[in-house]
Ligand binder design. Structure first.
Ligand code: PHE
Length: 359
């Protein structure tokens, strides 16, 4: 045997071995990335097969270079073919998985439902807005109050019978500390903190031992307080009338009935012309009325009056120089009237069927 064929055998069997290994690795590549890496190791510019072919061509005598080149090309074509066919198999498998999937990730997502304000918040904000336009500022106080701010300074000493109507929740283990029964203690806190003129509203939760369709143990009030020189009952009436008209509509009327509060003198219950039978004071006929207003055409919404000098004494205001008015309304009650909600407890149950109407 001549040397030529032997050496020819050696390079071609070396290429054969590489091709066999390459084809096996390509066929076993689990992903397209692994496939491309395997291909690059053999068939790429610096790949093992490529280099072996080039080396064989270089080593071959001139007259055999062409033959060696052809064998080399066939080897490279073989691994190209193995690469392409494995690529098709992997693509088919990926498509199969895509089709087998029951979740369509290309569907547009479901946006989370955005929340919205509670009807009581709408109501409170609307009240604040109306009074802000009249130049009132906002004042707040703690819901856990002292007996002094909630009762004593409001001319309700310990033995005063008016306390009975506002019996509440006392904090165990603390002397004279309770959940405030009204927003009136914020009057005291405001006056202790500043000198006249005062023009504030104080909205917030209050607590009483009540629980029925129109009373909740926790509800909301908004207090109003104006103190300055020459503030009159006429100012109180004008302020209240402006407010109810801005809040319930321009045809709304008010009625002030003589009443009693220890911290105002004179005092009044504030009635609103019924928003259900929509009977306006001027046009009401004697047989008018509905169930809500019990046929009277009027709805009670709060209390009001001129600040009692006894209150001024507690906060060290000169009652010879200053006069003032105060009022207290139920925010829940106003929300119920405005949005025609029949049971106060609906405001606290979080039932979506009610709440979603206030988006
Ligand atoms: N604080 C009183 C109540 O809750 C209401 C009120 C406020 C009355 C201000 C007069 C003046 O019953």
């Amino acid at each position: 045997m001549s040397e030529q064929p032997q050496s020819s055998d050696r390079w071609s069997s070396e290429i054969d071995t590489l091709v066999t290994r390459c084809v096996a690795e390509l066929a076993a590549s689990p992903t397209e990335i692994a496939l491309r890496e395997a291909y690059a190791r053999y068939g790429g510019q610096k790949g093992a097969v490529k280099r072996a072919v080039q080396a064989a061509i270089t080593a071959a005598p001139k007259e055999r270079k062409r033959e060696v080149g052809q064998v080399g090309n066939a080897a490279l074509q073989q691994i190209d073919g193995a690469f392409e066919s494995r690529k098709r198999v992997l693509a088919d498998e990926a498509r199969g998985r895509d089709l087998a999937r029951t979740v369509d990730v290309t569907l547009p997502g479901r946006a989370p439902r955005a929340g919205h304000l509670h009807p009581l918040t709408h109501t409170r904000r609307e009240i604040e807005r109306i009074f802000a336009q009249l130049g009132f500022s906002l004042a707040t106080g703690p819901q856990v109050e002292t007996d002094f701010h909630n009762f004593e300074a409001l001319a309700m000493p310990k033995d005063h019978p008016a306390r009975d109507m506002q019996d509440t929740f006392y904090v165990a283990g603390a002397k004279d500390v309770l959940l405030r029964t009204h927003t009136s203690p914020v009057q005291i806190r405001t006056m202790l903190a500043q000198r006249p003129p005062v023009r504030v509203i104080c909205p917030g939760p209050v607590y009483r031992r009540d629980d029925d369709p129109t009373h909740s143990p926790m509800f909301h009030q908004v207090e109003g307080l104006v103190v300055d020189e020459q503030v009159t009952f006429g100012d109180l009436k004008g302020t209240l009338l402006h407010f109810v008209r801005a809040f319930f509509g321009p045809a709304t009327g008010i009625r002030l009935r003589p009443s009693f509060f220890p911290f105002t003198e004179p005092s009044a219950e504030v009635d609103l012309s019924c928003v259900f039978c929509a009977l306006q004071p001027k046009t009401r006929s004697p047989d008018a009325g509905c169930r809500t207003c019990k046929g009277t055409g009027w709805l009670e919404v709060g209390g009001a009056g001129m600040v009692d000098p006894e209150v001024f004494r507690h906060v060290d205001y000169d009652s010879e120089r200053y006069t003032g008015f105060a009022f207290g309304f139920g925010i829940d009650r106003m929300a119920m009237l405005k949005y025609r909600i029949s049971d106060i407890r609906l405001l606290y149950e979080g039932d979506q069927r009610l709440l979603e109407q206030f988006q």
